[in-house]
Design a protein around this ligand. Sequence first.
Ligand SMILES: Cc1cc2nc3c(=O)[nH]c(=O)nc-3n(C[C@H](O)[C@H](O)[C@H](O)COP(=O)(O)OP(=O)(O)OC[C@H]3O[C@@H](n4cnc5c(N)ncnc54)[C@H](O)[C@@H]3O)c2cc1C
Ligand code: SF4
Length: 330
Amino acid sequence: MSLPQFELLRPRSLVEALDLLGKHSANIRVLAGGTDLIPSMRQKLFEPDYVLDLRGVTELRGIRPQSDGGAEIGALTAIRTIERSDFLGEQYPVLTEAAATVASPVLRNMGTIGGNICLDTRCLWYNQSLTWRKGCGFCIKKDGDLCHVAPGGAKCWAAFSGDTPPALLCLNAEIEIVSPNNARRIPLSEFYTGLGDTYRKLQANELVTRIFLPGNAAGYRGVYRKLRVRGSIDYPLAGVAVVMRRSNGHVADARIGITGVNPAPLLVNGVSDLLAGKAVDESLAHAAGELAARISKPLTTSALTPEYRREMIRVFTKRAVLAAADANRN
Ligand SMILES: Cc1cc2nc3c(=O)[nH]c(=O)nc-3n(C[C@H](O)[C@H](O)[C@H](O)COP(=O)(O)OP(=O)(O)OC[C@H]3O[C@@H](n4cnc5c(N)ncnc54)[C@H](O)[C@@H]3O)c2cc1C
Ligand code: SF4
C-alpha cells in the first residue's frame, strides 16, 4: 500500500513547529515516531496535504526529575527510553511496566510517549485498507454514517488501545497542550472524549508537548497486565494498570486504570474507598476486579469477543491487585 502524496515539513524548534502548524492547520498531521500514523496513512485513513515531522524538535525529548520528587517527560521521548529509565523504574514502576509491553523493541525505539497518548482508536472495521473498507462499506469513523459494530446507534465505539495512558491516569499525570498563541495544562483524564471517532480534545493547531508526573505519586507500587493476540507485538485488547501505596500491611491508597475496552482509557471509580485501610486478600482483589469489569464496555471491535475481553479485565485486575500488594517494596 503506497502513501498518499503530501508535503513533509521538518521544523527544528518548537516555535517553528507551532508556526508551521498554525499556517497549515486546515489539513495537516503531526508525526512523532510515525509507528501508528504511517500505517494509517498507507491505509488511506488519513490523507493530509502536510505532515509535520517533529523528530528534529529535540527540546521535546527527555525525562527531567523535578525538585518536588515528580518528573516532566517531553512528548517526543521514546517509549524505549521510558521503559529503560532507572529513575522512572524506581519512582513510577507502573509506567515502565506498561511501556515495556508496547508493540516490539523496534517500534518502542521509534514510538513516543506523546504518540501513545494521542494514539487513534482502533476497530476491525476501520483499521483496514481502502479497498477493504470500500468493499464492506464505510462507517461513522471514516467516510460513512453507520456503525457496523452497533448498527442502531450513532456513536463510534472504536477502542482506545494505548498501553501507557492507563498507567499515567493512575499516577494523576497532567499534560501540556500548546498552540501558536496559547498553552494549557490539563489532567490527562480530561484529554479523552469517550467517543471513538473524535476521541481526544486536541485542535488541529495544537501539540502535546510535556507530561507531568506529580511528586506525590512517586514510590507507589505498580503493576500492568495486558491481553493481546500476539505476545511479541500487539495492541492491548484489554489492559489494566494498578498502583498502590501500603502502610503497616494495609492499603493506604490505590488506583486502577483500564485500556483497550472503551473508546477512552479510564480510571476506575471507588477503588481507594474499596481497598483503603484493608489488607489485600483474594476476595478483596476479586471485588476490585468486579469494579473494573463493571465500567468496561468492549464491543466487537477486535478479533477477541467482548465477553472474553471484559472477563480478562476482571481477572487481570484481581491478579494485578494481588501482585501490587505482594510487591516487596515499601
Ligand atoms: C504492529 C504494531 C503494534 C503496536 N502495538 C502497540 C501496543 O502494543 N501498544 C501501544 O500502545 N501501541 C502499539 N502500537 C502503536 C504505536 O507503535 C505506539 O502507540 C506508539 O507509542 C505511537 O507513538 P508514535 O510516536 O509512533 O506516534 P505517531 O504514529 O507518530 O502518532 C500517533 C498519533 O498521535 C499524534 N501525535 C503524535 N505525537 C503528538 C504530539 N506530540 N502532539 C499531538 N499529536 C501527536 C499523531 O498525529 C497521530 O495521530 C503498535 C503499532 C504497530 C504498527
Ligand atoms: S465502532 Fe463502528 S463507527 Fe467506530 S470504527 Fe467500528 S464500525 Fe466504525
